[in-house]
Design a protein around this ligand. Structure first.
Ligand code: G6P
Length: 611
């Protein structure tokens, strides 16, 4: 959700903060602000993007070697200049930026109101910063203690960074459920919601855990619990290169990430599979293999695109390992009364590793006694740290809000797991195993081939860019791709789109079909091919426009459809890795042609750290 950045050291903070906010803008972009501490504090903030913030700052004093910045995705209070962070307390003793939600903020607000506090904004953060100040003044305590005591009164999630002009040599940072990373430099520290603003300065980082409070001075960092117990900071080394978070000449991060997929998929399986080796090697699962092999049921929990990858996982595990699978929206799972049996395995899928609902579902499943595994992209994020074991996807940083390469990397990991379990459970023979692994090695090259058809996809996008509705249909492995294709289109172009299992079309969506309705049919040659050919005929009989994703050389569907998007053939179990690519590109081009901000679609955020 929101992005937080902070700096304390010997350099001027302003440019570090602004550049950091630009790197974090994918987390939220409805308003932005910074505060710098010099002789006296300055705060600049406004509705809009970081670029707007830069324009309002021109001509003002931007000196100071300590400061914080924030880019917001609104929860409490509409996006406005006033509601933008940082927030300053009534008497000016504290300045705070915050990511998360203070759930008991209205009760706290009332109590502070009774004690003379007046509120200028509609945010929960203003309540928190005033609570800190109230405790500080009333209790005559240090800034650090006021922060810690205030946090004991707070219910909810926070990544919080606080400055106090009264103690201008330090930054106080605290975390509960909303991530914060601290970068360690030479007599300087960098604080951020994720490592992207930090990596150009240092690779040594500390990830805060829930209930941690860091008191950061220029040459000293103290880590404590909220209850004042001292902790030993654990320093990690970032496995991230600065080049990975630049656009590298592409117009948008999304396009770059779509084109990166041959490499990101290769990175995901490289070193883990090899036709000459007996088995898929997933080091992160080594200790839990007996549980996995003997699992009676797998429950997959995820949100958004990761949930679609989970649906592909259901087909993969059932097909190759013969294990029953249930795929749950994390937000539903956590508020039901889920039944977890002794031999169940829960798998959480998350690109960011920070999605609040998925993280809460992980904790619930773990509390109920389940063995919980993670499939995540961001190393060191909260979900991998809360799970018993897991597999990283190695797709590299995904910055575009609409997920693309993370999806194919997640499917690649699920496929590797299913092959591994299939082999161990004797549902896959050695011969089949070798054939599957050989085919997996072919996938990056086949994606390259699809990417070469980009101009054709762009031409078709131009024909339908003004449509108001799209229907996406698929069967079997192509059904989750239909959902994902529809999600991509609505996320970035704001066109209404629905994904459906093709046979279900007859139970409702067929009523929508007319000569204005583009229907994307995902129809590679698999066991339901003939059925989907019949579905195409049903659409054509109602004058619908058919755009079909087909295998190269498919003359049958070419005859019937208005347009075809061609892909090479592959084994059915890997088909999603290919069929999704034309749909990603189609959505991308339509959104660009409609003038939409592809990397920062309205109302969305990359990492959803509130429920
Ligand atoms: C947000 C993002 C989606 C993503 C979903 C789940 O909605 O915009 O792209 O699929 O969160 O995120 P996760 O990081 O858990 O995969």
């Amino acid at each position: 959700m929101c992005g937080i950045v902070g700096y304390i050291g010997h350099r001027q903070a302003y440019h570090i903060l602004i550049n950091g906010l630009k790197r974090l803008e994918y987390r939220g972009y409805d308003s932005a602000g910074i505060s710098l501490l010099n002789n006296k504090p300055s705060i600049y903030k406004c509705k809009g993007k970081v670029g707007d913030l830069e324009s309002i700052v021109i001509g003002n004093d931007i000196s100071g070697s300590i400061g914080v910045g924030h880019t917001r995705w609104a929860t409490h209070g509409e996006p406005s200049d006033t509601n933008a962070h940082p927030h300053i307390s009534q008497e000016g003793h504290f300045i705070a930026v915050h990511n998360g939600i203070i759930e008991n903020y209205s009760r706290l607000k009332k109590r502070l109101g009774d004690r003379g506090y007046e509120f200028r904004t509609e945010t929960d953060t203003e309540v928190l910063v005033n609570l800190i100040e109230y405790i500080y003044l009333k209790g005559q305590v240090s800034a650090e203690m006021a922060v810690r005591l205030a946090l004991t009164k707070v219910e909810g999630a926070y990544g919080l960074v606080v400055l106090s002009p009264d103690e201008p040599d330090k930054i106080i940072a605290a975390r509960n459920s909303s991530p914060l990373v601290i970068g360690i430099g030479e007599k300087e520290y960098f604080i951020a919601s994720d490592a992207t603003p930090i990596v150009e300065f240092t690779k040594s980082v500390i990830y805060l855990n829930d209930d941690d409070v860091a008191i950061i001075k220029r040459n000293e960092l103290t880590l404590k619990t909220i209850g004042n117990d001292k902790l030993e900071p654990k320093v990690h080394t970032l496995n991230l290169e600065i080049g990975e978070i630049d656009k590298n000449g592409y117009d948008h991060f999304m396009l770059k990430e779509i084109f990166e997929q041959p490499r990101s998929i290769l990175d995901t399986f490289r070193g883990r599979v090899n036709p000459n080796r007996e088995e898929v090697h997933l080091g992160g699962l080594y200790n839990v293999m007996p549980d996995l092999v003997n699992a009676r049921r797998i429950i997959i929990i995820a949100c958004g695109t990761s949930w679609h990858a989970g649906l592909v996982g259901e087909y993969l595990f059932e097909d190759m390992a013969r294990i029953p699978v249930e795929v749950e929206y994390a937000s539903e799972f956590r508020y039901r009364n889920p039944i977890i049996n002794k031999d169940d395995i829960v798998i959480a899928i998350s690109q960011s590793g920070e999605t609040a609902d998925t993280l809460a579902a992980v904790k619930l499943a773990s509390d109920l006694g389940a063995m919980v595994l993670g499939i995540c992209n961001v190393a060191g994020s909260s979900i991998p740290r809360a799970t018993h074991a897991g597999v990283y996807t190695h797709a590299g940083p995904e910055i575009g809000v609409a997920s693309t390469k993370a999806f194919t990397a997640q499917v690649t990991v699920l496929a590797m797991m299913a092959i591994l379990l299939g082999k161990r459970r004797n549902f896959i023979t050695d011969k089949e195993y070798v054939a599957l692994i050989k085919e997996l090695y072919e996938i990056p090259g086949k994606i390259e081939k699809i990417l070469n058809y980009n101009d054709e996809f762009k031409r078709i996008a131009d024909l339908y860019k003004n449509a108001t509705n799209f229907l996406y249909l698929g069967r079997g492995y192509c059904f989750p791709v239909a959902l994902e294709g529809a999600l991509k289109l609505k996320e970035i172009s704001y066109i209404h789109a629905e994904g459906y299992p093709a046979a279900e079309m007859k139970h409702g969506p067929i009523a929508l079909i007319d000569e204005k309705m583009p229907v994307i049919v995902i129809a590679p040659k698999d066991k339901t091919y003939d059925k989907i050919v019949s579905n195409i005929q049903e659409i054509k009989a109602r004058k619908g426009i058919v755009i079909a994703v087909v295998n190269e050389g498919d003359e049958v569907i070419k005859e019937m459809a208005d347009h075809v998007l061609e892909i090479p053939e592959t084994d059915t179990v890997f088909s999603t890795l290919l069929t999704v690519i034309p749909l990603q590109l189609l959505s991308y081009h339509i959104a660009v042609m409609r003038g939409c901000n592809v990397d920062q679609p309205r109302n969305l955020a990359k990492s959803v750290t509130v429920e």
